[in-house]
Ligand binder design. Sequence first.
Ligand code: UDP
Ligand code: GLC
Length: 386
Amino acid sequence: MRSRVLFLDHVGVIGGAELAILDVARAYRDTSTVVLFADGPFRGRLTSEGIRVQIVEGSRDLQAVRRETRLPSIGAVRGLASLVRRLVPIARQYDCLHANTQKAFVTACIAGVIARRPIIWELHDLLTPDHFSRAMIRLDVTLANACASRVIANSRASAAAFVEQGGRPDLLRVVHNGISAAPFDAVTDDEVTTARRDLGLGDAPLVGIFSRLGKWKGQDVALDALESVPDAHLLLVGDALFGEEAYVASLHAQAARLGLTDRVHFLGFRSDIPRLMRMVDVVAHTSSAPEPFGRVVVEGMLARRPVIATAAGGVPEIVRDGTGVLVPPGDARALASAMTRLLSDPAFADDIARQGRLHATTFFTVEAMVDRKTSHIEAAIRRQAA
Ligand code: UDP
Ligand code: GLC
């Protein structure tokens, strides 16, 4: 029988961190619960897999605290206190608290100390000034050093940033994301043909980006690149998840300014990523700031597509020689030439896709990820009990 874990996540939308914890929560579904601080589509995704979910709503002021916030408002502090008050009695019914996001971690630290339960922080982020305010980083690291039993980082890069900011190395364990190949293998050729036809794409060369729309995900760089890849079309799959609607509007304006509206297809947030990935000729990851891990890179490989990815953060831990094409972040020219090469040299593209697929199914399996994470969680609980 597995231990009782209270998983905490502050959002209700579905991002990479949420998809990553889904597989672990599934392994614990007989004993455990996921608490979300906001309602949203993630709840339905969890319950459809038989995972118990409880919504413990965070106040609006608390939700308004962003990664770049330097000083939280009085309302946010009150909201935090109220959330903690509601979480403590719940926490006492579990063996440990598992925080899947930075805000959930801050809340879990206080609730866990009061309820005397071990706290595990799943670190999906790079604690660097590219992504967080210095005040936020200091708060996270101080709390982790004082209260966390384990910090499970999604890449060596995320782990290194934690240590660089003063985090205790002895707390860290690195576990890369693992992703199931099954949904990619289940897509039929007919589905791919239909999906292409529905978009009216015919045989046009097609590059796809499968990331939420947000400044550091670099879709603007891809639009600049597309200008010098004539005839190619670009699928932008994903939407603004964290209040970046202005960036979405700027992408539409940029596409219009560059005369690319006929060749750029905004598909919004989709739940059929495997089918869409199988439909494109090239999967591109274009983050212009270092990516903590980058599930989409592994997914592109599983879809048997050649992947272009930006060489920063955790991505070089995924893409090795010949398994994908790395380009410098923010470099539209390098991105354009990688697209052109892959679209015009099928033998090269097939070779990259083949090696990528083998690499992903060898080193990024969901089974290995779940085994490693559950063993770290159980070890933290045993240690606290001893
Ligand atoms: N994704 C999705 N629908 C979309 C766009 C993206 O389900 O419309 C998924 C994508 O397949 C990937 C995840 O969202 O599994 C994004 O994870 P990643 O680690 O690449 O980046 P994050 O957004 O977590 O920083
Ligand atoms: C975060 C990161 C992303 C990572 C995901 C899963 O959302 O931004 O790079 O792949 O978590 O660990």
